[in-house]
Design a protein around this ligand. Structure first.
Ligand code: G3P
Length: 478
């Protein structure tokens, strides 16, 4: 029927008193798939109050018990992988197998975070005073890590489950409470995931999930005085949030324009395979997707031929059929991608395939001979279209990479490890992958962007640390 998914507050599923809902459009059918509650500001206030009081008791709950509950939630999440994956298919058109992988990876992430939290939060420091000039050994300092309070988590549409739990699990293990604001596309997947935490038996109010329109509750949430830390993954909105939020720690992963620098001695089959995986998986809708190929002119023809042959084998179609290329998330996203393609065409880029689009479905496209005056040389399509820029020196490639306002990841392909390390050092990005496509995982690796790509560092260990503060007690000896 015309049912609207409830939001989660105080350990209960509730209807919003606004009486309004938000429609979630299936990217494939372009029809309304689900509806969620359009929560009001008063409902956000209520959630914040509960989060604050639940956190106090949670911080006193023994660490091992917090870990135990997280392990339980992880197991339940994995048991529910099929229905959650189905939501991912319908809401964000993620290929069926990748949707299941996202949920399983999320369960693993939650368990790993519980283990890591037990290890790193189970240790503090002990300092003595007489190392600093002028001091006798009369002061002993004991430090430990304490929670921040209420964490606001805002994940993006492309990994609504995984990038939600990568914020929820570290927040909870460290003794914080958590308020989740899911993206519109992906909201129902998030609600299902939250249900798994509900089933695990976390205390009331510790986790809440508010759905609704950004225009109504977006700024209200991010500027709310009850929020003690914001963990956000997404686009430009993050920059706006960072300007409006108060004096609280921020963890942000925003856009990227990850470069793939290909040297003359590279294994071109390996490069081609990684360009396909890095540039076209989930139709290029990953922050860490390869978004520009910078290849030495001498090997460019050979590489482009190899990539073309592999692009021809990509299966294009609905996510239910587990196609490689599926419809992009919204019509406006498809229009934006098309704008970049049109601009490149007008300015003389070489189309390696014919440009083709049906609704939100865009066929994979490799654009050769892209030049710096084309928008696609700099902008992030978040779609299955990939520019190739031919370079005559490695320096030219590094220069293009560093001229970007983004600095998430990048990759370099060469058999010369010394060169690779020097290039990595020269690239102004948070991570450089040598001989493989950029990727966030394994999820305990540090993950961070420079410049407009983000603030703070993620990865399980870094997220736990970011969501805590050091507390010290000094014993003064007579
Ligand atoms: O776009 C989100 C970003 O976190 C990418 O993750 O796992 O695809 O490298 P991954």
């Amino acid at each position: 029927g015309d049912s609207v998914y409830k939001y989660y507050s105080d350990g209960e599923w509730k209807k919003s008193s606004s009486g309004k809902s938000v429609a979630i459009i299936n990217p494939t059918t372009r029809k309304t798939q689900y509806k969620v509650q359009a929560c009001s500001q008063a409902e956000v206030n209520k959630v914040m109050e509960s989060a604050k009081s639940a956190q106090k008791a949670w911080a006193r709950t023994p660490l091992w018990k917090r870990a135990e509950l997280l392990h339980k939630a992880a197991a339940i999440l994995k048991e529910h992988k099929a229905p959650i994956a189905e939501c991912l298919v319908k809401e964000i058109a993620k290929p069926a197998k990748d949707a299941v992988t996202e949920v399983v990876r999320s369960g693993d992430l939650v368990s790993y975070t519980a283990e890591e939290g037990v290890r790193i939060l189970g240790e503090g420091k002990f300092l003595v005073s007489d190392s600093f000039p002028g001091n006798e050994r009369t002061k002993y300092c004991l430090t430990s890590k304490i929670p921040l309070g209420v964490i606001l988590a805002i994940p993006p549409f492309n990994y609504p489950v995984n990038l939600a739990v990568s914020k929820i699990a570290p927040a909870l293990i460290a003794g914080n409470s958590l308020v989740l604001k899911p993206p519109t596309q992906g909201a129902v997947s998030c609600l299902h995931m939250v249900h798994c935490f509900h089933l695990a038996g976390f205390p009331k109010g510790l986790i809440s999930c508010v759905t609704g329109k950004g225009s109504e509750i977006g700024d209200f949430l991010t500027m709310h005085p009850g929020v003690n830390c914001i963990s956000f993954t997404g686009g430009d909105t993050g920059i706006a949030i960072s300007k409006k939020s108060g004096m609280i720690p921020l963890q942000m992963e925003l856009g990227g324009k990850d470069a793939c620098i290909v040297l003359e001695d590279a294994d071109l089959d390996l490069v081609a395979a990684n360009i396909i995986k890095g540039g076209f998986s989930y139709s290029g809708q990953r922050c860490t997707a390869i978004k520009v190929v910078l290849v030495m002119e001498t090997v460019a023809d050979a590489l482009v031929e190899k990539v073309k042959a592999r692009v021809a084998k990509l299966r294009v179609g609905p996510p239910e059929d587990d196609c490689d290329i599926t419809p992009v998330v919204t019509e406006s996203s498809a229009n934006f991608i098309e704008g970049l393609v049109t601009d490149a065409k007008e300015k003389g880029a070489t189309f390696c395939q014919e440009y083709r689009r049906e609704g939100n479905l865009i066929w994979p496209l490799l654009l050769d001979n892209v030049r710096p005056d084309m928008r696609i040389a700099w902008e992030e399509p978040f779609g299955p279209v990939l520019p190739v820029i031919r370079i005559n020196s490695v320096e030219e490639g590094i220069h293009h990479c560093n001229a970007s306002n983004f600095g998430l990841q990048g990759c370099v392909f060469t058999k010369d490890i010394n060169k690779a390390v020097l290039i990595s050092d020269a690239m102004e990005t948070g991570t450089v992958q040598i001989n493989s496509a950029p990727a966030r995982g394994p999820d305990h690796f540090p993950f961070q962007g420079l410049k407009d790509s983000g603030i703070g560092s993620q990865g399980i260990t870094n997220s736990i640390n970011l969501m805590t503060k050091v507390k010290s007690t000094v014993i003064n000896l007579p």
